[in-house]
Design a protein around this ligand. Structure first.
Ligand SMILES: C[S@@+](CC[C@H](N)C(=O)[O-])C[C@H]1O[C@@H](n2cnc3c(N)ncnc32)[C@H](O)[C@@H]1O
Length: 249
């Protein structure tokens, strides 16, 4: 007998297990058309059935950063539905399973409103509090930064992911308040600099200000200890142009 036979019925399509609508490509598709279709699609993607707005290419880059930087703690600024929070936690747990992390893995996730994220994460992992701490509040608020610090074990190696409002103000505040958590060799990712690149803008309602704020911060006393690692944009397509920063001193 040739071909493959399904041994079980295919899973029912529900909202939770639906795939994002496919992006069609022809030889005539321009890079801009392709980018816009992908940018739209990524806001409908899911991890473990939970909305997770990341390009597969960027998730692969994160896997490289986690391997190279070996953080045991990820600080996620902007958790939204909690899918990305679980993704980071699960990647850290996988690395811990290989014995390559120096400490127990942990994700500290911040958002203005964590009710949906908390509910989604608890539905997938009722014991999430062993590895995930949620801190509700504004990334611009120093009191929130202090609370985040209380969830970071002494001596932890942190990677920070800024994925909140993508304005100049939130970007500058995240860099000012959270960069000190990143050790030499570690990474701070400023997501969605695509909002400031005209051909990448999908929607006039998108905010602006990420890359200008980053540019100013990099020239300052703390920012000058970081390098923009554009060589880490290895897959060509990224939502985070100029956003992969590594501390070099
Ligand atoms: C782009 S979504 C995060 C997406 C998520 N990280 C993912 O990959 O699926 C941005 C989130 O940032 C939150 N946010 C916006 N402004 C914020 C602020 N000033 N402080 C904290 N969170 C903020 C929003 O509530 C929203 O949930």
């Amino acid at each position: 007998m040739s071909g493959y036979v399904l041994a079980v019925d295919p899973p029912q399509l529900t909202v939770e297990n639906s795939l994002p609508a496919p992006v069609a490509v022809t030889p005539d598709t321009t890079i801009r058309e392709y980018w816009l279709a992908r940018a739209h699609q990524h806001t409908h993607d899911r991890y473990l059935g939970i909305k997770t707005s990341k390009f597969p290419e960027d998730l692969r880059v994160y896997e490289h950063l986690l391997w190279v930087g070996r953080p045991d703690v990820v600080i996620e600024l902007g958790a939204q539905s909690g899918g990305s929070t679980l993704w980071f936690r699960d990647r850290l747990r996988t690395l811990a399973g290989y014995g390559v992390l120096a400490a127990e893995p942990r994700v500290v996730a911040v958002d203005l409103d964590l009710s949906v994220a908390r509910q989604n994460v608890a539905a997938r992992d009722p014991d999430f509090e062993a590895t995930i701490a949620f801190v509700e509040g504004d990334v611009r608020d120093p009191a929130v930064r202090e609370e985040v610090g209380r969830h970071v074990p002494p001596g932890a190696t942190c990677m920070v992911v800024e994925d909140s409002a993508h304005t100049a103000e939130t970007t500058a505040a995240a860099l000012d308040l959270y960069a000190d958590l990143v050790p030499v060799g570690g990474f701070f990712v400023v997501e969605d600099g695509c909002v400031d690149i005209e051909w990448m803008r999908e929607n006039p309602a998108w905010p602006r200000g990420v890359l200008p704020a980053l540019h100013v911060w990099l020239a300052g006393p703390v920012g000058s200890a970081f390098r923009v690692r554009r060589d880490l944009e290895v897959y060509g397509l990224t939502c985070h142009p100029a956003g992969f920063l590594q501390r070099v001193r």
